[in-house]
Structures are given as C-alpha cells and as structure tokens.
Design a protein around this ligand. Structure first.
Ligand code: 5AD
Ligand code: SF4
Length: 441
C-alpha cells in the first residue's frame, strides 16, 4: 500500500489542516508512513507567521530531494508559505510537485491526479477564506480533536501576516460544527478544541452577537464530549458573556490563551491591538473572579519597533501582575507587506535577545512555582496516551491543560485512554506534573 508523510509547522490551525489532509489521503487508500524515507507522498504544511519560514521549508524539501531521486515521490508544499511564495518556490526547488494554499485542501485528490497525469508542477492558490470540509471524511485517532470554527482574521495587528495569507474572517455554520462534534463524540473523542484566529468574533461576520457563547453552550450539550477548549482569543473581543461562561458551563475547561503582546500602551497602540493594558488587566480580574482556578496563558512580542526600556518595564510589570501560567515569547520579526515592517526605531538584535531572555527566565520561575503549588492536590486528568518514556505511566492533561505523567503500575490496560481519572499530584516540575492514580496502586 502506498503511504504518506505530513510535516507540520505552525499553529493548531495547521495541525487541524494536516489531520484533515491525512483523513483525505486515508480515504483515498493511502496509509500513514512510519517515517519520511518510507513515504510515497510527502507534504509539508507551512507557517509564515514568524521569520525563517521559507528557509525552514526549503531546508525540509532539500532533505526530501535525495529520496525523490531514488523513487517516484510526490512532494507538496501547502499552507501559508505556499500561499505567500507561490510559484517562486519552484525557482529555488524545481523538484516540488504541488504548491497549494490553505483553502485548497479539499481539492487534494484532484491535485494529486493532475500531478500524476501532467508530469509537471501543479499550483493552486486562493484568495478568499472559505470552508470546504467533508466532515464525513474525517478520521480521528485521539481523545482530543481540533475543530476549526472560523478562518481568516480582520484585525490587522501591524506586525501580523495572517490577514494577508488567510484572508478575512469567515465563520463556519453552527449546524455543521455541531454535526461534526456529534460524529466525533461517537468515534470516542472526549475533548474538543474550537479553533480560529480570533474565536471571540465567531459568527460576527453573519451579524450574530455572542454567537461564540451560544456555540459553546450547544457543544456542551453533546453527549460524550467531556471537555471544551478554544483558542485563540483577542482580548478586545473577550466579552463579559464569554467571561461568565467560565462560571456556568461545566465542560468549559478553566484555561484561556489570551495573547497580550505587550504591557505598554504606546506599543499596544503601535501594534494596532485596540485595547490598553488597563483594559487587559480588568479582563484578567473578571476572569479570575468568575473562575478563580482559571489558567491564563499568553503570547508576547519583544523588540517591537519603538519599544524602549520604559515600555519593556511596563511589560514586565504586567507580567508580574497577571502571573501567567505560561507564555510564548517572541522577538519581533518584520513580515513582508505588514505595516510594522516599514516602521522606524528598530530595536537592535542584542536588546531584543536580552529582553527575551529576561522574560523567559521570569516565566520559567512563575510556571515552576505554580506547578509546585499543585502538589498534593487531587485533580481530574483526561488520559491521552501511554507514556513513551516510562513503562507503567500514562500521560494526560489537567483541566488547566497541564501535562501530567501518571504512575499507574498495576494498570496495564489501554482502556485507560480516553478516561477522566482523579490523580494526586506528587510533584510539580518545570513543565509538567508527576501524579499517582487516586485509589490506584
Ligand atoms: N514577529 C514576532 N512575533 C509575531 N507573532 C505574530 N507575528 C509576529 C511577528 N511579526 C506572534 C504573536 C502571535 C503569535 C502566534 O506569534 O505573539 O500571538
Ligand atoms: Fe494576527 Fe492580530 Fe489576527 Fe491574531 S488577531 S491573527 S495577531 S492580525
């Protein structure tokens, strides 16, 4: 049987797209290859949000080239870099067979047959965000499924390339999402992650207010689904009604990823984020009032053009006030075509690097302290898999999304996977928790 291998870079949206491509390929009779050098079709699903994206893609396809010389492999590049670079990629890697944008995945069968019959590269790019998803084709192996509920973004944060490569916001029909969730629940999925660049504005493109809260309420009524998460939320669109949902929808997990990007009002305004640090802090306060155990995670950019020492101090101050559970921090990188790429007052690389290190050190110690504070607590963990590293251990996540390794020496059965079990936290580590089954061995 012929097989495929998909390499995925970037966000969870890309992971969801890669899963969808895998399902399509399986429905065409291909199987997943154990590794890259065994595959007959190799796809690289790319991300252009930060620098070096194109380099990364070219280095990956360069690795595939020797296999291509040995056998007849089809090599495809898809996702945001494919959309952004298009045909130009062929100038650098003429052996690529397919280049297709993020909204062409449905056409994968047709693209493959065109490559086979034309014997020349096939290029399929797109402008408009859209949903063409055959929900019945989807195969889900795990306990958690990613469900895209909207595509594109209308926000044009001045540093961000997403609105240019993914187009304007388009929300998926509610009935279709619910159909997909019900189907997944029957296949054994226990947790859904609702995905979009800015899920808080779900259905606003159809003029529906608070459509996201109403969607979560409906998803929470689906039998078999035990946990609901979502990402990503733009703070400016985080409404009181969504905040309140954390108080009354039991299945909604106490975790929100709320990218702040900077703690300085001057920088936030240059970034076109359309909220102030005070407004952000107020939303954090409200979230914790409604749901005291909520875990709040964030994204931060350091070294945005014009960010001076005082601005960075403001970011550190906000960091300390919020006490994020974890954070992804990035050095600003100019993206082609964005407003920020033409801004002056560029921050030198060494300053960017030192600010990044300061933030990351601070976050490491906050995350560690928070994990330590959970020691001896009993928490419900959804078991996802057997541990690859340690025999007799299973891996799962707490409601707050903390990775937890659970010692269960007397439990060998894979029936554990997909169950929510109470565990006692034995140790808070730097990036995870160690626990023991309650009433177990
Ligand atoms: N430079 C650095 N970081 C960026 N991000 C988005 N665009 C850029 C850029 N040009 C970060 C933001 C965003 C995360 C997904 O990537 O923090 O939230
Ligand atoms: Fe990019 Fe801003 Fe849209 Fe997020 S909200 S995808 S950072 S433009």
């Amino acid at each position: 049987m012929e097989s495929f291998y998909i390499e995925t870079y970037g966000c969870q949206m890309n992971e969801a797209d890669s899963e969808y491509m895998a399902s399509i390929l399986m429905s065409l009779g291909f199987e997943r290859a154990e590794n890259l050098n065994k595959a007959d079709i190799i796809l690289v699903n790319t991300c252009s949000i930060r620098e070096k994206a194109e380099k990364k893609v070219l280095s990956f396809v360069g690795r595939v080239r020797p296999f291509k010389e040995q056998k007849n492999i089809i090599l495809g590049v898809c996702g945001c870099v494919a959309k952004q670079e298009g045909e130009k990629l062929l100038g650098k890697a003429p052996y690529i067979d397919m280049i297709f944008g993020p909204y062409q995945i449905n056409k994968l069968p047709e693209l493959l047959s065109r490559v086979k019959s034309l014997k020349k590269p096939v290029i399929a790019l797109d402008d408009e965000a859209c949903f063409q998803r055959d929900v019945n084709a989807l195969v889900y192996p795990g306990v958690r499924a990613f469900i895209p509920i909207m595509q594109g973004c209308n926000n044009f944060c001045s540093y961000c390339i997403v609105p240019y490569v993914r187009g304007r916001e388009v929300s998926r029909e509610e009935e279709e999402i619910l159909y997909e969730v019900k189907r997944l629940a029957k296949l054994g999925v226990k947790e859904v992650m609702l995905l979009g660049q800015n899920v808080n504005s779900y259905a606003l493109d159809r003029g529906v207010k608070d459509g996201f809260v109403s969607l979560i309420e409906k998803v929470s009524k689906v039998e078999g689904i035990e946990r609901i998460r979502f990402t990503t939320s733009h703070p400016k669109d985080l409404t009181d009604s969504l905040i309140n949902a954390f108080g009354y929808i039991d299945k909604l997990c106490p975790h929100i990823h709320l990218p702040v990007q900077s703690g300085s009002n001057k920088v936030l305004s240059l970034m076109n984020r359309r909220y102030s640090r005070e407004e952000y802090l107020e939303k954090v306060y409200k979230l914790r009032k409604v749901c005291p155990e909520i875990s709040i995670t964030t994204d931060i950019i350091v070294g945005f053009p014009g960010e001076d020492d005082r601005d960075f101090e403001d970011t550190l101050d906000l960091y300390k006030q919020v006490n994020f559970d974890s954070a992804f921090s990035f050095k600003f990188s100019p993206r082609p075509g964005t407003k920020a790429s033409n801004m002056t007052n560029i921050v030198p690389e060494e300053i960017k690097q030192s600010r990044l290190e300061i933030l990351q050190e601070l976050q490491k110690s906050i995350t560690y302290d928070k994990n330590k504070m959970l020691e001896n607590k009993i928490l419900p963990v959804l078991i996802e898999s057997k541990s690859k590293k340690n025999e007799g251990e299973f891996v799962g996540r707490t409601p707050c999304f903390r990775v937890t390794n659970i010692i269960c020496n007397n439990v060998k059965s894979l029936d554990m996977i997909g169950q929510i079990v109470d565990v006692k936290i034995l140790k808070g580590l730097k990036n995870s928790l160690k626990a023991q089954l309650v009433n177990g061995d």
